[in-house]
Design a protein around this ligand. Sequence first.
Ligand code: UDP
Ligand code: MG
Length: 320
Amino acid sequence: MSWPALSIVVPCYNEAACLDILHARVSAAARAAVGDDYELVFINDGSRDDSWPAMQRIAAVDPHLVAINLSRNHGHQLALTAGLDLCAGQQVLIIDADLQDPPELLADMRRAMVEQQADVVYAVRRKREGETFFKKATAAAFYRVLDRVTDTPIPLDTGDFRLMSRRALDAFLSLPEQARFIRGMVAWVGFRQVPFPYDRAERHAGETHYPLGKMVRLAFDAVTGFSTAPLRWASHLGLALTGVSLLLIVYIAAGWLSGTAVAGWTSTMLVTVAIGAAQFFVLGMIGEYLGRLYIESKRRPLYLVADVAGPVQGTATLGF
Ligand code: UDP
Ligand code: MG
């Protein structure tokens, strides 16, 4: 088994239109950085377009490429996990397939890693081109809420685009959870992590695979994975409502004693509705955690690999 100086890991879902140019640009960046001593790990996350045939075609002519075909669409974070499991580099660059993150920054990120003696150089988005106002606004709000509620400081405006040392990666790979919010998990690992500001480009082709629903799910994974604050809020809310109902009991008793009790339909309805809503809110919160606990307790493999093209060196459990 050989350990290349650099692995570049790219999760791909319906990215056939990007793959050739992606391959050219990451290869050039890798070659400029470490000469011939690199590998590319492309993960086909159950694409419904021609991404897998395209990867096989490239793997047939480029011995640097390890192409992995997952058994179905497992989602971005698990596809990325598969690639990180399977890569063998001493340094690992994580990058999106759509070229929103310029591979040419690799040289500067490697320099930052050496100069600042860091184990993780994470790219921070200064500008985001070609994304809707809604996406940018929700992303900005999400990162700020996350920062408020989580116990692990997770850097703001940071995606998964980052350069990691082998020791940071190995530490990361020791985290077994199913609900994966990778940038948070990397932050949790610690060591020295430094920011690297850059301008995010437009997608090379195609459209985002992170519609609102998936973003909300990632946000829930992020919050519940790194914080039990919502459970605390739930109990605080319960406590506050108990206080309010105690006051109400006094008020109701006083009304009864003074004989002015009947005309109370509005307030009764308000209280019923408010308490009902609060109960659903609290129950839902508990349910979010309970559901995740259930999923974790099944200890299923995080992903399954269907096919591999190219020389595999890492440690992943292959599903065949
Ligand atoms: N991706 C994936 N599986 C999915 C969705 C996305 O592997 O189920 C990949 C996608 O091909 C891309 C990266 O994850 O390389 C980021 O996705 P996208 O560009 O759609 O997200 P955005 O940049 O819009 O947040
Ligand atoms: Mg993208």
